[in-house]
Design a protein around this ligand. Structure first.
Ligand SMILES: [Zn+2]
Length: 370
């Protein structure tokens, strides 16, 4: 390879950050089309129109993205006359809406601004799209251009579903421990080395501000804690994802915690639980595996406090299913990039150990389980 590119996300955050749209749009164009989820567009429409009022930027239309991040929906948008006419694409919504418009912007070579309306994932800043078939089954990963700017409106985030932020916190808890664990003892080149170092700022803000951020959603009122957690989940983890993933060369973006999640999808009841919910239990398993007991106990107490799982009973997975989960884990991308000394048996053992540990924790901390 003769050269490589690194693109970093640009972003604005705060209750009034949409006011920056006209300034940021300079150099990109004058007309924009909003593409997104129905609820997301309903929640952002007034604020977006108000933000561009009297400016050089004109919003041509609001168009539904189609409900699934599929090539079919993307191609229909590419054929849409208003989309063709617009200088800039505005992607509004959650991960699937953002991923669809990232695909469209890449194919049409148009500037792209993203407007996340939930703080549950980093799709609004990452250079990867998870593409599904129209029937909802996974198709493939598509590598798009990076969005040109991301506007994180915390007032909009405060009005998003509680469970999505709750599980998003659980998912983001994995970023630091997985990046550090999977890269341990390896000599890293510049980009993944930076990515792993950045991952070290992902856990602490969640423990410090997670509860307060969830309070903001209960009250539907933005606060500083929500801002800190949104930056953690959207920006910090997004940067780490972009910098620690270079398939097929290296992959430090996730590890054993996501192996637990991936494996849980083959169990009877585990699949009924949210991704980040199960991942947060996987974090405890990973830290148990790595004998990082002090940090494990700290995160276990945090999980208990906000209702995330501490043992497999909490996600309705039986120890009888661990054997099957061991088989499933070995088929994942994470397993392909794991350290040599990790075996299927050791993986199963760390789940058993965490299960015993979490059950004992619940016995001794009844105040969290009243
Ligand atoms: Zn995840």
């Amino acid at each position: 390879m003769g050269y490589y590119n690194v693109n970093l996300p640009n972003y604005s955050i705060g209750e009034d950050c949409y006011n920056e749209i006209p300034q940021v749009a300079k150099g990109f164009g004058k007309t924009a089309v909003v593409i997104g989820g129905k609820t997301a567009m309903a929640k952002t429409k007034d604020a977006l129109l108000k933000a561009v009022e009297g400016s050089d930027v004109q919003i041509l239309d609001f168009i539904w993205y189609g409900g699934e991040a599929s090539y079919e929906n993307g191609d229909a948008l590419i054929a849409n006359e208003t989309v063709q006419k617009a200088d800039i694409l505005f992607a509004v919504g959650g991960g699937r809406a953002c991923d669809t418009v990232k695909y469209v912007a890449t194919k049409m070579d148009k500037p792209l601004f993203t407007f996340p309306t939930v703080a549950s994932n980093c799709a609004s800043v990452t250079a990867i799209c998870v593409i599904y078939h129209p029937d909802g089954t996974l198709n493939e990963y598509f590598i798009p251009k990076l969005p040109d700017h991301t506007f994180i409106n915390t007032a909009i985030l405060a009005d998003s579903p509680y469970d999505l932020l709750w599980a998003g916190i659980g998912d983001a808890l994995s970023k630091e421990c997985e990046a550090v664990f999977s890269s341990k003892g390896k000599k890293l080149s510049h980009t993944p080395l930076m990515g792993v170092q950045l991952s070290r700022v992902c856990t602490e803000p969640l423990l410090d501000y997670g509860e307060g951020a969830l309070e903001a959603l209960k009250a539907k009122q933005a606060n500083k804690d929500l801002e800190q957690v949104a930056l953690d989940i959207i920006i910090s983890t997004g940067l780490v994802s972009n910098m620690t993933t270079q398939l097929p060369d290296y992959y430090f973006n996730s590890s054993l915690a996501h192996c637990v999640y991936n494996a849980s999808t083959c169990t009877k009841k585990g699949r009924e639980h949210l991704h980040g919910e199960v991942v947060s239990l996987g974090v405890l398993c990973l830290l148990t595996y790595d004998k990082q007991y002090a940090l494990r106990d700290q995160i276990m107490a945090f999980n208990a406090k906000i209702g995330l799982p501490v043992c497999f009973d909490d996600v309705e997975i039986d120890e009888d299913e661990f054997d099957m989960m061991g088989d499933m884990a070995t088929k994942t991308t994470e397993w392909k990039f794991k350290a040599d000394d990790i075996t299927r048996e050791k993986f199963i053992q760390c789940m058993k150990d965490q299960n015993a540990c979490g059950r004992a924790f619940k016995e001794t901390h009844p105040m969290y389980y009243a």
